[in-house]
Design a protein around this ligand. Structure first.
Ligand code: ATP
Length: 537
């Protein structure tokens, strides 16, 4: 997928160059799996969170039959009593299978190796020397493979058996292909080039990075450990939360007791979560520190299927409404075998990133598992008493759980476009533009004086000052106006206002639309109303 890789490289480079996303502690070489949001990135991410909070907590979409939805917000601590993680099952089971390369020592997720191998450079190259015939037998181009192993292979896959020991590996493969038939599959072929003749254990899966042999898989718990207080012993161990959800479950009774809220209702939280991911990759998609936006929706068990459908559909629509194309977005229902033992149903909202289709958010019917676990471990009553029906029960929970960073990345990828725009002399030039939904755009409006004289800067500054209390506004007077437009296009600013000679005469300004590049002339006093109207789109 070179085109997609190329696109991702362009997005990453623009994001760095324009101040959306920087590697964390970059002056010290960065730290794998951690990212910082720059001046434009922080606005974008904040807009994503604000849109979610507004559309979910303050104005949730009406429920089945037009029912108003009751929602409450929370902001819980990151470090909680460690018993929480015992009750939730994270201490025992929040782990991924890990393998380690015996050559380059990199740790990787065992369940993602095949997907990574399919994408890696040396596999694409080496596979060309294996031609599968119609009768199913593989023809191996031994000479080609040997040439590759002696030169190119040393660069891209130095750990591969084929590279470390080419003659032995190739003659063994050729012999094996002739003897054993039918042919190797492409996957087997890749394992054969990683396996020396004398390997006792059968085919070895190679490391996607260097081709070296991988260890057997072992379980690795993803929670970050720390100590609370002065003593660093086993009694002071605590964990950085790997999800925000547990803070909601722990406060469910507090919210019930301190508000007039009634089942069905939801509690929402946005906050940091930490996972010591084995192999952070795909830019911010899989980070070790990230933000989640989670809802726990408490309902009567008999209504849970209905509410599950409601949230599954509502969450999908939210992404579409903010500009993710439905052709790139899908709702994937989990097969029964994929479901956690306590879950009744689960669907992932997936987006087609340039690096592949991946999860943005999961929506699950978690039954009464979490509240029952906390009731058991804390000894506190987690039942709900319905005044009207006089029924007492533990509510079922529907959980839409999304990642802020993943959503932000998806909006960034979706917004990225290249087209053409005329330069100062009217000649068409390549233009990079971020077509963010106006609600998400980091800067809503930029204000320019056409030239730096004749009172235009003062007038433009005055207009910018009137806009600032209402929306992120950027003032710029440096360089040719065409170049200033282009810089705002790259930042995704939907509107640019220019003060020119006519402004000084009749008080009107031009307002330029980022996407159509069309300019309209409107009264300077009408700019705020104009932009606000368009932000509602
Ligand atoms: P994955 O299978 O990709 O590891 P998950 O199914 O374990 O994700 P959940 O535990 O359901 O993820 O977390 C809910 C949401 O939190 C995810 O849909 C994702 O948006 C976000 N998220 C989870 N892990 C990460 C991470 N390492 N980096 C960024 N966002 C994450």
């Amino acid at each position: 997928m070179p085109e997609e890789q190329d696109l991702m490289e362009k997005i990453v480079s623009l994001a760095k160059r324009r101040g959306f996303i920087y590697p964390s502690s970059e002056i010290y070489g960065g730290i794998n799996g951690f990212w910082d949001y720059g001046p434009l990135g922080v606005e974008l991410k904040r807009n994503v969170k604000d849109a979610w909070w507004n559309d979910i907590v303050r104005c949730p979409p009406a429920g089945p039959g037009g029912l108003p939805i009751e929602m409450a917000g929370l902001d819980c601590s990151i470090i909680m009593n460690p018993k929480v993680w015992e009750a939730s099952g994270h201490l025992a089971g929040f782990s991924d299978p890990m393998v380690t390369c015996k050559e380059c020592k990199k740790h990787q997720r065992a369940d993602q190796i095949m997907e990574q191998l399919a994408q890696c450079e040396w596999v694409q190259e080496v596979i060309q020397f294996c031609v599968v015939q119609p009768d199913g037998r593989a023809i191996i181009h031994g000479n080609g493979l040997l040439g590759w192993a002696r030169k190119r292979g040393r660069k891209v896959a130095p750990g591969l058996a084929l590279v470390r020991n080419p003659e032995v590996t190739i003659s063994w493969m050729v012999e094996k292909a002739a003897k054993d038939g039918p042919a190797f599959t492409a996957e087997e072929f890749v394992k054969h080039v990683a396996t020396e003749q004398f390997a006792q254990t059968g085919l070895v899966t190679p490391c996607p990075y260097c081709g070296g042999p991988l260890t057997e898989a072992r379980q690795f718990n993803l929670m970050f450990k720390t100590h609370v207080g002065a003593m660093e012993d086993s009694s002071s161990i605590a964990y950085l939360r790997p999800e925000t959800a547990q803070g909601i479950f722990c406060n469910y009774k507090n919210v019930l007791d301190t508000t007039r809220i009634k089942v069905p209702f939801g509690i929402a939280q946005i906050g940091k979560a930490f996972r010591n991911e084995i192999n952070p990759r795909n830019y911010t998609f899989r980070s070790r520190e990230f933000e989640q936006m989670e809802i726990e929706f408490f309902c009567h068990p008999k209504d849970a299927d209905r509410w599950y459908q409601y949230w599954r559909d509502a969450r999908y629509k939210w992404y579409v409404g903010l500009g993710l194309k439905s052709t790139k977005l899908r709702l994937r229902d989990h097969e029964k075998a994929e479901l956690a033992h306590y879950a009744r149903a689960c669907a992932d909202v997936e987006y087609e990133f340039p690096f592949g289709v991946s999860e943005l958010e999961g929506v699950a019917n978690r039954t009464d598992f979490d509240l029952s676990q906390h009731q058991k471990f804390s000894g506190r009553d987690m039942t709900y008493f319905d005044d009207e029906t006089k029924e007492r029960f533990i509510p079922y929970v529907i959980e839409p759980s999304g990642g802020v960073d993943r959503a932000t990345l998806a909006f960034l990828c979706e917004a990225y476009a290249e087209d053409e725009a005329p330069d100062e002399k009217g000649a068409m030039q390549k233009r990079t533009v971020l077509r963010f939904h106006p609600r998400l755009a980091p800067i809503k409006v930029a204000v320019f004086p056409l030239v730096k004289k004749d009172g235009m800067p003062d007038k433009a500054r005055a207009i910018a000052e009137t806009l600032k209390p209402h929306m992120t506004t950027f003032y710029d007077e440096k360089g040719a106006v065409g170049r200033r437009y282009r810089r705002q296009d790259e930042a995704g600013t939907p509107f640019c206002v220019t003060v020119d000679g006519q402004t000084m005469a009749d008080g009107t300004v031009t307002i330029r639309d980022r996407d159509s590049m069309k300019q309209e002339r409107i009264p300077a006093a009408g700019v705020l109303g104009y932009v606000e109207e368009h932000l509602k789109r």
